[in-house]
Design a protein around this ligand. Sequence first.
Ligand code: GLN
Length: 484
Amino acid sequence: MLNSSLLQLGAALRARKISSVELTQLYLDRIATLNPELNAYITVNPDMSLAQARTADERITQGDASPLAGIPIAQKDIFCAQGWRTTCGSRMLHNFVSPYDAHVVSQFNSAGAVNLGKTNMDEFAMGSSNETSHFGAVKNPWNRDAVPGGSSGGTAAAVAARLCAAATGTDTGGSIRQPAALCGISGLKPTYGVVSRYGMIAFASSLDQAGPMARSAEDMALLLNAMAGFDERDSTSLQREKEDYARELNKPLNGLRIGLPREFFATGLSADVAQAVDAAITEYKKLGASVVDISLPNSRLSVPVYYVLAPAEASSNLSRFDGVRYGYRAPEYGDLADMYEKSRSQGFGAEVKRRIMIGTYVLSHGYYDAYYLQAQKIRRLIAQDFTEAFQQCDVIMGPTSPTTAFNLGEKGDDPVQMYLSDIYTIAVNLAGLPGMSIPCGFGNNNMPVGLQIIGNYFDEARMLNVAHRYQLATDWHVRTPSGI
Ligand code: GLN
């Protein structure tokens, strides 16, 4: 059961080989055993999950054929879910119980999926290692001394350790793809605007996008079918025809043109990752693809540009956490200004405060033109590089992360080193493009390596096809950490 695809699970549920209650209980038992060490979940609520599973079983008995009906799925703790504690990994929201569902959560609910719990994450999705969570670091199931990546590290660890059938993540600068790579699972960040951000706690609104994290491309297609679609409650949600993301899964790859950006294979890429990515490209050639040398000259500026724009947006988004309406309030304070100051000082962790300070600085009068405006201009150049590249190729491939999973505590004191973990993923968010990571081998110390696949706008179905054909030909994605 634990290694079945979502389609197989759905079929087993409809054939009554297993009930949703039994399947949910199976995962809850695994969480009870493994989560104390892995710390992948912040909140589980067996009563609520099992109640949803009972409803799903009734739906299935009545002939509901929805492919996700009865399947237990975990939600990154950035998504508001009615009646569930929703912390965003922060002390600021440590006791916040959401009164409503995020769009993504309500989409899964109406598909009949079971919410298995809320997964751990970097505080307000700021981080690449999951170490900034107020609820403690998450351990990588492949090596408990290593980080799972971030910010969707709890989700990545939960999927890798079979603590859920699949789960959700969000990606502002790499937070779906990088932890997927480091934990040996598949993750997809869709085109900006494909999945509604309603009820997804905002970090940097022009970059944030939700997506599926799962064991295979085939599973992700099913999840994205449930997640995507127009929602009038998000002003950047795109009004497009409903599409079936699984429709191209089995198409042969003959004639596929893969662009390899020179800049992604230069200094900074560790040799073991380069080797696994090269082997994946060789496999693609066997499957009928050809490669094209391309250049993304401005991508080298993506990290500095991101660390101006994302903190700027974050400083504005996080101003709502003032201790007045919800969340943490300092127990003792003098006047109103003192209450704000103490609540925010005590409620936010160091990384969040650093971002608020940077963001406030780059937006302030006198620095706005020099930093914020300049970064916006370079953002446009970065996007243009991709537009030009896609005239020569159908998809772009490269490493997801420059290294395999690093050790807990290794980069904690050095924010710049940490920020460089996302050197290959951030440009994709700045351009609003879809990006994916799939497992493509193992590096030093037998830690998983991720292959990044970048598509043109709205090319998710093709990217899933490209990933699926590779997963039919290889078995990296079905490998399981020992002891799991
Ligand atoms: N690691 C990046 C950051 O710290 C990206 C995070 C994300 O995608 N949410 O901002």
